[in-house]
Every structure is written in C-alpha cells, then in structure tokens.
Design a protein around this ligand. Structure first.
Ligand code: CO8
Length: 259
C-alpha cells in the first residue's frame, strides 16, 4: 500500500504507524484519515501483527484536524469529514489488537482524540495535550467530549474542552490521560517495550480483555459483569487457556497461539 501521509513498519510482531505531515505539525486531513482507515483494516487482517504503536515522530504527535482544510466547509462537508474520522478512530478503538499512543510534543484537538482511541497512552517529557476546538468556534468531534470524559472524568473533561486549556505531561499523568512519562529519547523504546510485553500474551485473551473493558464503559455494571463472565467462560474453550495454565504449572513460559 502506497502511503503519502503515514509511515508504516512491522518489526517482530509490532506494527508502528507514524503520522507524517511534518509541515502542518501532522494536522489530520482527509487523505491521512483515508490512509489510516485502510492501514488499520490491513493490520486487523495481518496475523503477524500482535500490537500496534501510533506515533507522530520525534517532534509532534498531531496538532489536530487540518484547519485550512476545514475553513470553508459547510455542514455537509463537515459531516462527511467527521464521519470518516469517527469511523477511523472507532476502528482503532475496536481493533482486536492492543494499540499504544506514543506522544511526543503536541497532541491537540483531533490529535488528542486519536490518542484517546488508543488503549495505552505514554508521552515524552514536554508533551502537551488539549482540546482547543472551542477557540475555533467548534467543539471536539472525534470523541473529545466522550472518550476524554470516560478517561479523565467530567470535571477535567469540561475544564479542558470548555476553556481550551493545554496541559503538560505531569497534569496528563495526574488525571489519568497518560500512564507513563519517559525521557524524550526513550519514547519509542518504551512504547516498543510495552508492545513486546503485549505481544507475548494470548491474542485471544487480549482481544477479550479489550472488548470487555470497552463494552463496560458504555453499559451499566450488571451488563458489564455479565459480558465479562461470558468472555471468561468462552476463554476456557481455547487452547491458549490450557497452554497458559499448563505452562504455569510446568514452570515455563507459555507459547500462545491465539486459538
Ligand atoms: N491545521 C492546519 N495547519 C496547522 C495546524 C492545524 N491544526 N496546526 C498547525 N498548523 C500549521 C500552521 O498553520 C503552520 O503552517 P505555516 O508554517 O504554513 O504557517 C505550521 O503548522 C506550524 O504551526 P505554527 O507556526 O502555528 O507553530 P507554533 O509552534 O507557533 O504553534 C500550535 C503550534 C500551538 C500547535 C499552533 O499551530 C496551533 O494552535 N495550532 C492549532 C491547534 C488546534 O487548534 N487544533 C485543533 C484543530 S480542530 C480539530 O482538531 C477538530 C477536528 C476534528 C477532527 C478530528 C480528527 C481525528
């Protein structure tokens, strides 16, 4: 697949996607969203990939939706654009493989929303997060009022979305937007280290864990617990469950096959 706005490499079961529109600080336009959508579909089908990292390279994660592209949009074009973005961001959220956002520099607007759709977010020292759409006369449209609220709670989500304030890594860590802060030159190493840990687990248990947590955020507790119980029972029909428990008792590392 030829890519103009993204870079993609595969290394030992880990797919690394890099946003690549440096002149606009990786602003997200329709071409990037289309390419990301197709790439996620391909990754979903690729059994060799067991964990995914999304980064924006050394300087910036993404400064948000492309403002120049959106300037003259009317409601119809805005709807078309945001639907494509929403479907793509949802694909990441629903991907049956774990996704890590490795954030360097700015993750603003759609950039922050893209990171929010990932399962694990880590950031380099000096990174900045925010939903500054209110300053442009709009609101977040790719999950910023929803995933952000579910991640950090309504207090911080309202503070960020309504004031448009930007927050540093210490604050992002404190409110649970990210789970790790690392030195700038260690960001990709750390992301790969986490991805490698994820890649050693049973892909089928990983898939169920992600599904249960995502499902549980959108339903009441009894429904979430029922869903979890069904997943738990289902895993006892897999070879990976037998292998995981057998390996523990035999004091060796499990060899999971995802079946
Ligand atoms: N869109 C288009 N171009 C951008 C964007 C952007 N979001 N951000 C920066 N650029 C461009 C600038 O226009 C500039 O271009 P040029 O060199 O041609 O003048 C270049 O990138 C460098 O930017 P600056 O000169 O402004 O760099 P600074 O370091 O001075 O400032 C900032 C960096 C603080 C990031 C500043 O550029 C800024 O405030 N950018 C806008 C941030 C913003 O408001 N983001 C939200 C956008 S709206 C949005 O995301 C909603 C979209 C919903 C879709 C979700 C998609 C997943």
């Amino acid at each position: 697949m030829e890519l103009n706005t993204l870079l993609y490499e595969k290394d030992s079961g880990i797919g690394v996607i890099t946003l690549n529109r440096p002149k606009t600080l990786n602003a997200l336009n329709d071409e990037l969203i289309k390419e990301l959508s197709i790439l996620i579909d391909n990754i979903s089908e690729d059994d060799e990939v067991q964990a995914v990292i999304i980064s924006g390279g050394d300087k910036v994660f993404a400064a948000g939706g492309d403002i120049a592209f959106m300037l003259n949009a009317g409601p119809l074009m805005a709807e078309e654009f945001i639907e494509a973005i929403r479907k793509t961001v949802d694909k990441i959220d629903h991907l049956d493989k774990p996704v890590i956002a490795a954030v360097n520099g700015l993750a603003l607007g759609g950039g922050c929303e893209l990171a929010l759709a990932c399962d694990i977010r880590i950031a380099a020292e000096g990174a900045t997060f925010g939903q500054p759409e209110i300053n442009l006369g709009i609101i977040p449209g790719a999950g910023g009022t929803q995933r952000l609220t579910r991640t950090v709670g309504p207090g911080w989500a309202k503070h960020m979305v309504m004031t448009g304030m930007l927050i540093d890594t210490d604050t992002a860590f404190k409110i649970g937007l990210i789970t790790k802060i690392v030195p700038k030159d260690q960001l990709m190493n750390e992301a790969k280290k986490i991805a490698k840990v994820l890649a050693t687990k049973s892909p089928i248990a990983m898939k169920e864990a992600k599904r249960c947590i995502n499902y549980g955020m959108n339903v009441d507790l009894p429904s979430g617990l029922t869903h979890e119980m069904k997943s738990w029972v289902f895993l006892f029909s897999t070879e990976d469950q037998k292998e995981g428990m057998k390996a523990f008792l035999e004091k060796r590392k499990p060899m999971f096959k995802g079946i």
